[in-house]
Ligand binder design. Structure first.
Ligand code: S3P
Length: 189
């Protein structure tokens, strides 16, 4: 079976663009950015963090935008940047923000771009421990109750991803990226 790797597939031309994007979703603190970055390294693709892209292009972090201009404004920017990103022809692994995949319009953009979607299914307790321990400001996860409610609300949409990867506290970024590469190849098989 042919192994999946971005770098082995020419972009454009005879080979179709399908599956040259891998999109990683999951709740805040699920490990999206670090796992997606390692996955990109293993697959030989570019790594793109959607929140970092938004920060670079707007000059404000998602937390600043949500706090100063409201969540709705942030969601508009998020969808716009996602659309721009997916309109490029680059092979890439994209780490979404925790709420990106929860929006139907964003899911349609991602599915329409023929990306393979990975859900890091990290238990709430582990996400919450990481959220609490992190210096990062997360205005939508200010309390355990608020986070738990959002987590419960979003599970149904996360479960629409192509591949679900169950995450335990003992998993390393490296082992998770390996699990995902195996799952991707099985999925294509
Ligand atoms: C959000 C998650 C954040 C960021 C924004 C909104 C969410 O990203 O996009 O604060 O709605 O869950 P992380 O999942 O990387 O923390």
């Amino acid at each position: 079976m042919e192994k999946w790797a971005c770098s082995s597939l020419p972009i454009g031309g005879v080979v179709r663009l399908e599956r040259q994007r891998v999109v990683v979703t999951g709740f805040m603190g699920s490990g999206k950015s670090s796992v997606a970055e390692e996955l990109a390294r293993k697959l030989g693709c570019a790594f793109v963090d959607l929140d970092q892209t938004i920060t670079r292009l707007s000059g404000h972090t998602p937390a600043q935008i949500i706090t100063e201009e409201g969540e709705q404004k942030f969601r508009e920017l998020e969808t716009r940047q996602l659309r721009n990103l997916l309109a490029t022809n680059s092979a890439m692994v994209v780490a979404l923000g925790g709420g990106t995949w929860a929006s139907q319009i964003n899911r349609e953009l991602i599915v329409g771009s023929d990306a393979l979607t990975i859900w890091l299914d990290t238990p709430f307790e582990l996400c919450w421990q990481r959220i609490e321990a992190s210096d990062e400001i997360r205005p939508l996860a200010r309390s355990r109750e608020q986070s738990q409610e959002l987590f419960n609300q979003r599970r149904a949409s996360y479960s629409l991803a192509d591949i679900r990867v169950s995450v335990r506290a003992s998993d390393t970024v490296d082992s998770l990226a390996d699990t995902i590469t195996t799952s991707i190849n099985d999925h294509r098989g």
